[in-house]
Ligand binder design. Structure first.
Ligand SMILES: Cc1ncc(COP(=O)(O)O)c(C=O)c1O
Length: 464
């Protein structure tokens, strides 16, 4: 990292921050109050950005409005949940209808069967489903199932892979990748977790050779790591290696599910997993979104009728699991998406084009940056090389401050995304050509400003 560049970018950032403060006084006031009663002033640290986050009061389609009335094109979309945009009317209608008959029944109900049946038709290789309350919870149950099925304890995850903060997988998220990611997390909790780089079949094979791995869990396209996709043949190679060594392959489709294709990454890449973990969109934009799905052979380990002794089966349950509100929203959304497959062609093509246009900006300005991802998962990296895994996405950054300048500059241009340290965009099908053009232009203008700084020019001249 070049100190002159960081200092000049800091100056640029400060000027932008004054404009932001002038535009968002009510958010500032709310953040000050929040600091006193919510640790860090938010309910989730990734929702914070400097100097304080815009507090959002309303969302519809591709837009959110902050409490000061400023509109933004939203590229966070509720953590990537809203594939069809915020609050689609037909989903709200279905939820209103179902909620009027009871918000949480705590008994089996018809929608549970209908939604599970729908998922078995939409998701490749899926014969049975259990609904959970979140992505994190679904991951936890999926690992338990894989261990129950194989009788083995070890699991493999990828460097930079984010599967929620569940103890056993809360390691290997950020460098150095081999220590617990949190205080209060004993080493023993991660002692059965092995971390390997994404897009590296050789490293995975070394671990699998031990013959003691229950499951390999992977985001088919890494999300929180910066929307980094698989190199050609990687997922197929994973499949083959896992088969060869008798483990289960778990696709964490919490982001990719219903985003890349109705059948998620399995359909998009044509590679099947043994277990699929769902979250986010599976709840149709409502909380309590999660599911584990797969072949009966594996899911039947949850069957209390076939396995009356609790110690002979794998445990799953929970008060709000399969609640009618989340299921109504999820069912309405997934039925719509799976019966309008053509939507995905336009959706994926538009954001493929945006990636190409963003990469062209780098060439035009001579400033190193790389757009990554697949379909509507768009990562943007200010790195000297194109990231193929989390290690390069983090290690090859030419500036940290540049990420913050980009975030603040786009905010002032009416564009919000996450995160301030790692630019990734989750557009929805409600985002149109106009929004895509505005995003590319806004990034282009900001990069131009950065490339015009004396320190950046000097660095570029030296490195050319
Ligand atoms: C790939 C992936 N898996 C799991 C999770 C955890 O899901 P949740 O936040 O619903 O617990 C996330 C959340 O962002 C995710 O991106």
């Amino acid at each position: 990292m070049n100190a002159h560049i960081e200092a000049e970018l800091e100056g640029l950032w400060k000027g932008l921050a004054s404009s932001y403060e002038a535009k968002t006084p009510r958010s500032k006031e709310l953040f000050e109050r929040a600091r006193a009663v919510l640790p860090g002033g938010t309910n989730y640290h990734i929702r914070f950005y400097k100097p304080y986050p815009a507090f959002i009061s309303r969302a519809k389609g591709p837009l959110v409005w902050d409490v000061d009335g400023n509109p933004y094109d939203d590229y966070w979309m509720g953590h990537g949940v809203h594939v069809l945009g915020h609050a689609p009317d037909f989903v709200l209608e279905k939820v209103r209808e179902v909620a009027s008959r009871g918000t949480h029944l705590g008994y089996p109900h018809e929608l549970l069967v209908e939604y599970a049946e729908l998922l078995t038709k939409v998701l490749p290789g899926v014969e049975m489903v259990r609904f959970c309350n979140s992505g994190t919870e679904s991951v936890m149950y999926a690992l338990r199932l894989a261990r129950a099925f194989t009788g083995l304890d070890k699991v493999v995850k990828m460097e930079g892979g984010w599967h929620g903060a569940y103890d056993g997988l809360h390691v290997g998220v950020a460098p150095p990748y081999d220590v617990p990611e949190s205080l209060g997390l004993p080493r023993e909790a991660i002692s059965n977790t092995v971390v390997v780089p994404y897009n590296d079949l050789g490293a995975l094979e070394e671990v699998l050779k031990g013959g003691d791995v229950a499951a390999v869990i992977v985001e088919p396209v890494m999300g929180a790591a910066g929307c980094i996709g698989p190199e050609p043949g990687y997922l197929k190679g994973l499949r083959d290696l896992v088969d060869e060594h008798g483990a289960l392959l778990i696709f964490d489709e919490v982001i990719t599910g219903f985003r890349l294709a109705p059948g998620g990454a399995q359909e998009y890449f044509g590679v099947k997993a043994d277990l699929v973990v769902l979250g986010k969109a599976v709840g149709g934009g409502f909380p309590g979104a999660g599911a584990i799905a797969g072949p009966s052979e594996v899911l039947e380990l949850l069957d209390h009728i076939k396995r009356p002794d609790p110690r002979e089966r794998s445990a799953h349950g929970g008060t709000f699991t399969g609640n009618p509100i989340t299921l109504a929203a999820g069912y309405a959304l997934v039925r719509h998406l799976s019966s309008h497959r053509g939507l995905y062609e336009r959706f994926n093509a538009l954001w493929d084009r945006v990636r190409r246009e963003l990469n062209a900006l780098s060439d035009e300005l001579g400033l190193p940056c790389h757009a990554t991802g697949e379909g509507s998962m768009v990562g943007f990296h200010l790195t000297t090389e194109r990231p193929k895994d989390h290690r390069t996405a983090v290690g090859a950054r030419w500036s940290m401050k540049a990420y913050e300048v980009l975030h603040l500059s786009l905010r002032l241009k009416g564009i919000l995304y996450m995160t301030e340290q790692n630019a990734h965009f989750f557009p929805s099908m409600a985002h149109g050509e106009g929004q895509a053009r505005k995003l590319v232009e806004a990034i282009g203008e900001t990069l131009f400003e950065m490339a015009s700084l004396g320190s950046v020019k000097a660095w570029l001249a030296r490195s050319s």
